[in-house]
Structure formats: structure tokens, C-alpha cells
Design a protein around this ligand. Structure first.
Ligand SMILES: C[S@@+](CC[C@H](N)C(=O)[O-])C[C@H]1O[C@@H](n2cnc3c(N)ncnc32)[C@H](O)[C@@H]1O
Length: 216
């Protein structure tokens, strides 16, 4: 996500800095210290401006959520939403998904959300896709037994690629939908992301799948 550098970034970041997830000396998120209890979390990688994860954490107050994002200014905007809402169950990480398995404790994630991940359409960049095999292997380490990944994208090329990589990497792919907004059941509970609003308004169909981690 490209954007102009934000004015007053340091001040704005300082205001919301209490919303970063707390880390242990070994670099892993300390779930108990962050949320006041040791339990499974849900995670979004590439949360952007945070519309999705802020709404989901409000709808599911009994669950704990972590949102990870690479770009600081975008992350800051997501954190500001949480700060205004005073949500106790959503905290943030500024990180690259490449190191997610050395930050999120093993077997701690019940549901991982990947929403409108960058498609990286050129073949030579395929390894950067957040559903490339190397990423799917990293996610296996952090998913709890029976944990799942929920993936949405408007990009049919990325979706078809991901259907293959999830299967190749030993996930059970279920609930495949090529028109999320046209599905009467799924669309009812769907929470739109910023990109989703934008692309569906332009007439793009939204694809969605669930990939369940199979026990080895
Ligand atoms: C296309 S945007 C989608 C944003 C949001 N999920 C939405 O649907 O509106 C992709 C987001 O993923 C973030 N991102 C891309 N690669 C990442 C990585 N390796 N680690 C963490 N975040 C990443 C980008 O900075 C950007 O905010």
C-alpha cells in the first residue's frame, strides 16, 4: 500500500503505542501479558488501515486478535481506530510476514486472515505472495491444531494460484466461493475490508476460501 508520509507521525504513533502486542525477551508475543490470559488468538496479516480487524474484534469481544502490518503509516491508521474504540481485545505488530513464525508463538493461532494480499502478478515475484509455499509453511508453525486460514481476494490469478499452493502444502481447502457478495449466507456475515469495498464497487467479484491445517 503506497501512501504519502503522514504528518505528525511520531506524535500520532506515540499516542497509540500502548496498542502494540507485548513481546518476551525471545521476541515472541507474550499472549498472557498482552491480553491478561493465555489463550488462542486470531491473526490478520497485512491488515492495512484496519477496518476489517477492528469490526471483527468488536463483533467477537470474547476472542483476542493481533493484526500485523508492514507499512508503519498504514498500521498507525489501523491502531488509531482501535484507540478511539478502546478495544481491549485487539493489539498490533509492525512486522514482515516473513518473520511471523519467530514472533507469534507456535500453535497459538485459531484463525489467520489474509485479506486482499498483494497479488505480485509477475512469475518472478511469486515467492512474495503471502500464499506462496514458504509462507504457508511458516503459517503451519503458528496455527493451533485444527486452525484455519480464511483468504479473500478480488484477484482471480492469485486465487487460482492459492487454491493450488494450499493443497500442495497439505491444507484441506473448503468453502471455496468465487462470488462472496453474491452468496446469501456468506455475504450476510462478511466484513468488508477497505480494498474489498473499493474493488467490489468497481464490479470485481470477491473470491474466498478456507484452508484447514491437516494434522501430520
Ligand atoms: C492490498 S493491501 C490490503 C489491505 C487490507 N487487508 C484490505 O483488504 O483493505 C495489502 C496489505 O498487506 C501489507 N503487506 C504486504 N506484504 C506484507 C508482508 N510481507 N508482511 C506484512 N504485511 C504485508 C501491505 O502493506 C498492505 O497494507
Amino acid at each position: 500500500m503506497r501512501m504519502r508520509p503522514k504528518k505528525n507521525r511520531a506524535k500520532r504513533m506515540e499516542r497509540v503505542s500502548s496498542l502494540f502486542a507485548l513481546r518476551n525477551a525471545d521476541g515472541y508475543v507474550d499472549i498472557a501479558a498482552t491480553f491478561g490470559a493465555e489463550r488462542c488468538i486470531s491473526l490478520e496479516i497485512g491488515c492495512g488501515k484496519g477496518a476489517f480487524i477492528n469490526e471483527l474484534s468488536a463483533r467477537e469481544p470474547h476472542m483476542c486478535f493481533i493484526a500485523a502490518e508492514l507499512v508503519p503509516d498504514v498500521l498507525m491508521m489501523a491502531m488509531e481506530k482501535t484507540f478511539e474504540a478502546q478495544s481491549p481485545n485487539l493489539r498490533f505488530l509492525h512486522c514482515n510476514a516473513e518473520s511471523i513464525d519467530s514472533i507469534i508463538p507456535p500453535a497459538s493461532v485459531k484463525t489467520l486472515y489474509l485479506n486482499f494480499s498483494d497479488p505480485w502478478p509477475k512469475k518472478r515475484n511469486a515467492k512474495r505472495r503471502l500464499t506462496a509455499p514458504a509462507f504457508l509453511e511458516r503459517y503451519k508453525k503458528i496455527l493451533a491444531p485444527g486452525g484455519k486460514i480464511v483468504f479473500k481476494t478480488d484477484n482471480k490469478g492469485l486465487f487460482d494460484y492459492s487454491l493450488e499452493t494450499f493443497t500442495q502444502c497439505g491444507y484441506a481447502v473448503t468453502d471455496v466461493c468465487f462470488d462472496l457478495h453474491g452468496d446469501p449466507v456468506l455475504s450476510k456475515e462478511n466484513i468488508e475490508t477497505e480494498y474489498e469495498k473499493n474493488f467490489s464497487a468497481k464490479g470485481f467479484l470477491i473470491n474466498r476460501l478456507v484452508a484447514v491445517l491437516l494434522s501430520e
